[in-house]
Design a protein around this ligand. Structure first.
Ligand code: ADP
Length: 397
């Protein structure tokens, strides 16, 4: 099952996007709808709310009078917490139940307005944010829900801002234009990303091979890596010693293959094996076979053994290197990155070398020949990086 978190500010068009995804076949869970369902007449939830806030929160027909409840529950922090303490667990249980009931091959879309506010992004394989300019949203809320401008702006101000949403968004859907524009973006997202992502996960499909293509440094790589690392940490749990963005995409200004290299350091290789399935469930599939970072220094390959996982998202290629803390490779990856960050001349020399090799291997159809040829330069560079570490007193932060 692919878990997609769908969010955005009020009036941005979440429901519009959610409904289109449902038309394509997504299983929809609407957090707002569940929050209403768990306090419908006759529910345990409503009984608890009445026990906490009194019969004054009930309308004449026995249903919840939302305005009356708001006046009581949002009067102070303690009351707000009390209400959330009743509603949130009930919504959580119902959400879990619906998720369990969804078919194994489902693309599950969780429409959840407060995803960013509640820091939930890492729980989803992909976070989709719908956005429109504030003035546009205010106008739509007035037209569709009869909301006053003041009320609309107050609600918007109480939610996450655009910067926070951008940091969480794997996919940013601009819904500032006509509905057709966002709907065709949703159609493409469904066909090009969500459907193959789900199938990759379920069928454990390896990433398609291609020749090396070097692209210019992308300013958004660090944020993209941070989002993936949050998912990795969550899946690794207590076995994670540390998780870092490494490799060329972690060096500002360095052209690179558009593949994020991430490193998860775990105590031992046995720990790497113990969390392989959990990482796979989070979207990072274990690549079969033995992988090693042995730079042929005579140490024997065992110390350099690692596990390699690759991201199942066709829209964001990721290599996740799971390395044992009792081996030398994790430190070397961090040293190489920090040295390239600190030494622009070395970074540029590396860039030139990579470009030449990528040209030479442009028709290979895989990256293996390119990677093998690159290793000679890298192994020689390790010595210069070690000298730099000695000179500067570098150690892994
Ligand atoms: P949200 O669920 O994010 O609060 P909705 O999907 O309910 O937002 O959209 C708010 C209102 O704006 C709805 O009445 C919807 O029909 C309308 N709407 C959504 N997208 C557009 C659009 N691109 N152009 C005009 N109106 C839109």
């Amino acid at each position: 099952m692919l878990r997609v978190g769908l969010t955005g500010g009020i009036g941005a068009g979440k429901s519009t996007v959610a409904n289109r995804l449902a038309e394509h076949g997504a299983v929809l869970i609407d957090a707002d709808a569940l929050a209403r369902q768990v306090v419908e007449p006759g529910t345990e939830g409503l009984a608890e709310v009445v026990a906490a806030f009194g019969t004054g929160v009930l309308a004449a027909d026995g249903s919840l009078d939302r305005q009356a409840l708001a006046a009581r529950a949002f009067a102070d922090e303690e009351s707000r917490r009390r209400l959330n303490g009743i509603v949130h667990p009930l919504v959580g249980a119902r959400t879990a139940e619906l998720m369990q009931r969804a078919p194994a091959d489902a693309v599950l879309v969780h429409d959840i307005p407060l995803l960013v506010e509640n820091g939930l992004a890492a729980h989803y394989h992909l976070v989709v944010v719908v956005d429109a300019a504030e003035d546009v949203r205010v106008r739509r809320l007035a037209e569709s829900r009869g909301m006053t401008e003041q009320d609309a702006r107050a609600r918007i101000a109480a939610q996450a801002d655009e910067r926070q949403r951008r940091a969480a968004a794997d996919v940013w859907l601009d819904n500032g234009g006509a509905p057709d524009i966002v709907l065709s973006a949703v159609d493409a997202l469904w066909a090009d990303r969500l459907v193959p992502f789900e199938a990759n996960l379920r069928l454990h499909r390896p990433r398609a091979q291609r020749s090396p293509v070097i692209t210019a440094y992308d300013e958004s790589w660090p944020d993209q890596a941070a989002r993936a690392l949050a998912r990795v940490r969550l899946a690794a749990g207590e076995r994670a010693v540390r998780a870092d963005h490494i490799g060329s995409t972690a060096v500002p200004g360095l052209p690179a293959k558009d593949v994020l290299d991430l490193q998860l350091t775990v105590p031992t290789l046995a720990d790497a094996d113990a969390i392989a399935e959990s990482l796979g469930g989070a979207g990072f599939l274990r690549e079969p076979g033995d992988w090693s970072d042995d730079p042929q220094d005579g140490d024997g390959p065992a110390r350099w053994a690692k596990r390699l996982h690759t991201g199942a998202d066709p829209g964001r290629p990721v290599n996740l290197h799971v390395r044992p803390a009792d081996g030398p490779a994790w430190r070397l990856a961090l040293l190489f990155r920090d040295w390239l960050r600190a030494e622009p001349a070395e970074r540029d020399a590396y860039a030139g070398h990579k470009r030449r090799l990528a040209e030479a291997h442009a028709a290979d159809g895989t990256v293996f020949g390119y990677a093998e040829d690159k290793q000679g330069w890298v192994n020689a560079a390790f010595q210069r990086a070690e000298d730099w570490a000695t000179r500067t007193g570098w150690s892994p932060s």
